[in-house]
Ligand binder design. Structure first.
Ligand SMILES: NC(=O)c1ccc[n+]([C@@H]2O[C@H](COP(=O)([O-])OP(=O)(O)OC[C@H]3O[C@@H](n4cnc5c(N)ncnc54)[C@H](O)[C@@H]3O)[C@@H](O)[C@H]2O)c1
Length: 243
């Protein structure tokens, strides 16, 4: 059973994606670690020192690159049973300063990318035991943060896409869930932002990439076989706070 589980993880060069790759390997998956940062991805994957992971170049907004990446995974590991749409970009601007380009770029990576990923991978998930998809949303898709028009709305859209996919793919035995991280210690947040968010957090700290990886691993696991369309908030209580 373990040998049959193959996960494709996007945004795997660093941050939460790299933590998810490490955690899924530990759980017995073989993993396709995908990212557009090719050099950083190669270093991350080399450091794992196992042939159960392969580094694949993938720009998630490119339908062509999705087709090539999925073909490479299937060729290398004889299939794919799980997809983690983790890649994302954070772009902040006030409503009046936001540009159509900035807005569109966020949406393309954070929502179109997962859509293309689901389209590319679903034909391979059909009929596979334990088939599952996890999309990485954000507490920005639960609460409104100022300056997050592009990012927040793209993650709200991804939240909606997750629900539609869960409904549409349930009859095919494919579970689709989402994680909603609060602030996490990754390069996405600069040091000043990490300190500011830790200072106002209920728990006095922000999350670690491993804590998000644990939630993703759970949703892909045999402990979550009756869970689909769920929204797992992993934020140390951030979304409970007002103001
Ligand atoms: N860090 C946080 O506080 C936080 C909070 C909530 C949600 N998230 C979400 O978690 C996910 C992971 O973020 P992270 O914190 O690890 O950030 P990160 O910036 O450290 O890593 C993101 C990775 O995604 C890759 N990526 C970005 N755009 C891509 C594209 N178009 N094609 C392929 N790869 C691409 C980057 O190269 C990078 O390796 C994102 O979806 C992010 O929006 C992060």
């Amino acid at each position: 059973m373990d040998e049959d589980r193959v996960a494709l993880v996007t945004g795997a060069a660093r941050g939460q994606g790299a933590a998810i790759v490490t955690r899924l390997l530990r759980d017995g998956f073989r993993v396709a670690a995908c990212d557009r940062r090719i050099d950083e991805l190669a270093k991350t994957v080399d450091a794992l020192g196992t042939d159960k992971v392969v580094a694949i170049t993938l720009e998630v907004t490119s339908e062509e690159q999705w087709a090539t990446a999925v073909a490479e995974v299937v060729d290398r590991f004889s299939g794919v049973t799980a997809l983690v749409n983790n890649a994302g970009v954070l772009h902040r601007a006030s409503l009046t300063e936001e540009t159509p380009g900035g807005f569109t770029d966020s949406w393309r990576v954070n929502c179109l990318g997962p859509f293309l990923g689901i389209r590319a991978v679903v034909p391979h998930l059909r009929g596979r035991a334990g088939a599952a998809i996890v999309n990485t949303c954000s507490t920005g898709a639960i609460r409104p943060f100022p300056g997050h028009a592009a990012y927040g709305s793209s993650k709200w859209a991804l939240r909606g896409l997750t629900q539609v996919a869960a409904v549409e793919l349930a009859p095919a035995g494919i579970r689709v869930n989402a994680v909603f991280p609060g602030p996490v210690q990754t390069p996405m947040l600069d040091d000043t932002t990490q300190s500011r968010l830790a200072a106002r957090a209920l728990t006095g700290r922000i999350g670690t990439p491993q804590e998000i990886a644990d939630a993703v691993a759970f949703l892909l696991s045999g402990q979550a076989t009756f869970i689909t369309g769920s929204e797992l908030t992993v934020d140390g209580g951030q979304s409970l706070q007002i103001g």
